[in-house]
Design a binder for this molecule. Structure first.
Ligand SMILES: Cc1cc2nc3c(=O)[nH]c(=O)nc-3n(C[C@H](O)[C@H](O)[C@H](O)COP(=O)(O)O)c2cc1C
Length: 390
């Protein structure tokens, strides 16, 4: 299968530019032995490369390229399949954009085209190429510093001892890592709702879990701390008086409704949006905030925002995984951030596991985070600290 991979990257500081032609020479020979063709653009700081060929060969070479220390911040922009090669002649050809003006380099690149059909700008690969040549996306190139820049130091004083290792309810802080602040606490009762069959019993169990979370949070959480509790959204529709029961439990636990954020998963809301909207009005009337969780996991996230606007959203961990390496994920996350900023909705990035994911999201404007990177032991936070020696 003929595969195309397009990526961009940042040249490493210690690489003399005069070594590039030799690198390209060697790469060109290696490409030829794998029947891989393509072109490489360089603008003095960034590389942009199109690789085309049989899938196995392209992947082998791309994996080598990703591991190459001569560049970093490799972001895959496109991975696609096509009937014919765009650039079939060259094993690899380098265009140094500093030595051409924009229009002549575009023409020079197009002249290398070998597609059976004329290369046109309808082609996504060429659109990426033109965007790079014209530097149109540069404001979205976030330079993530190397992982070694940071230590994550556990701080037992970050959350009260009562939140760490509770038997029935687990507590997960939402943090602003650079501000070194816990901005909310999520309380999750350890009940396996997924094991229950669909129906009223499941929703009763969901409501009971929420009430249990309130009881323990009331004892353990610092006064006034925003408190996240998740519920199956249909609980609010199926169980009569569910919102009133929730409000009563909040008061019984010595909490106040204004500090409570009820989280519901996007995937479950969209099946019965109408009925759910009524429940949301009741929650809001009681002073409780709404968060849409796993945002981006379902199919209707953005259209749902035209119907109900939550106070917060939590971006799905699946979208965030390796966001620093994926152009499509970056585009989706940036669209979510822009949309939420226009609607004054707070964005939380959940499920952070790698320093690069967190650093990319900080650069994109996210402030609130959750995930194992920051909470490896119980609810104690491991704050990022810059290493001195680097
Ligand atoms: C920006 C950039 C583009 C590269 N493009 C290719 C390429 O198209 N083909 C290739 O075989 N190596 C390419 N390389 C070099 C590979 O990373 C790697 O060095 C090469 O595959 C040989 O592997 P080796 O150094 O382990 O022998 C590129 C390196 C950089 C920094």
């Amino acid at each position: 299968m003929l595969t195309t991979i397009i990526y961009r990257s940042h040249i490493s500081d210690d690489v003399p530019i005069k070594t590039l032609p030799a690198m390209v020479d060697k790469a060109s020979k290696l490409n030829a032995s794998h029947q891989v063709t393509g072109i490489l653009l360089f603008n003095g700081t960034h590389f942009f490369q199109i690789l085309e060929g049989p899938e196995a060969g392209v992947l082998e070479i791309y994996n080598n390229i990703c591991a190459d220390k001569r560049h970093h911040n490799v972001v895959e922009l496109m991975r696609d399949y096509s009937p014919s090669r765009r650039f079939g002649n060259a094993g690899m050809e380098l265009f140094d954009l500093r030595h051409h003006d924009r229009s002549s380099v575009l023409q020079a690149v197009l002249d290398k085209g070998t597609s059976r059909f004329q290369l046109t700008y309808d082609d996504r690969g060429l659109q990426f190429l033109r965007t790079f040549v014209e530097s149109r996306e540069k404001e979205n190139y976030f330079e993530v510093p190397p992982v070694e820049y940071w230590d994550f130091i556990a701080d037992q004083t970050s959350t009260p001892e009562t939140l760490q290792n509770h038997p029935d309810v687990t507590f997960h802080p939402v943090i602003d890592p650079l501000g070194r602040q816990v901005t909310a606490i999520e309380a999750i009762a350890t009940v396996d709702l997924a094991a229950l069959a669909e129906g009223t019993e499941k929703y009763q169990a969901s409501l009971a879990a929420v009430c249990q979370a309130f009881t323990q949070a009331g004892r353990a959480c610092p006064d006034g701390m925003p408190l996240y509790v998740s519920i199956l959204p249909m609980t609010l529709v199926v169980i009569p008086d569910a919102v009133n029961i929730i409000v009563e439990e909040i008061h019984r636990a010595d909490l106040v409704p204004e500090q409570v954020i009820i989280g519901v998963s996007e995937t479950e809301v969209i099946s019965q949006l109408e009925a759910f909207s009524t429940a949301v009005r009741q929650l809001k009337e009681a002073g409780i905030s709404l968060s849409i969780d796993n945002f981006g996991d379902g199919s209707a996230g953005l259209s749902m925002l035209t119907r109900i606007q939550p106070d917060r959203i939590r971006i799905d961990a699946g979208i965030i995984r390796d966001v620093h390496r994926s152009g499509p994920r970056q585009a989706v996350v940036q669209a979510i951030i822009k949309c939420c900023s226009a609607l004054e909705i707070t964005v939380i990035a959940a499920g952070i596991e790698r320093p690069e994911e967190w650093m990319w999201l900080e650069a994109a404007g996210v402030i609130n985070f959750q995930g194992r990177l920051f909470t490896r032991t119980g609810a104690a936070v491991a704050w990022p600290e810059l290493r001195d020696a680097i």
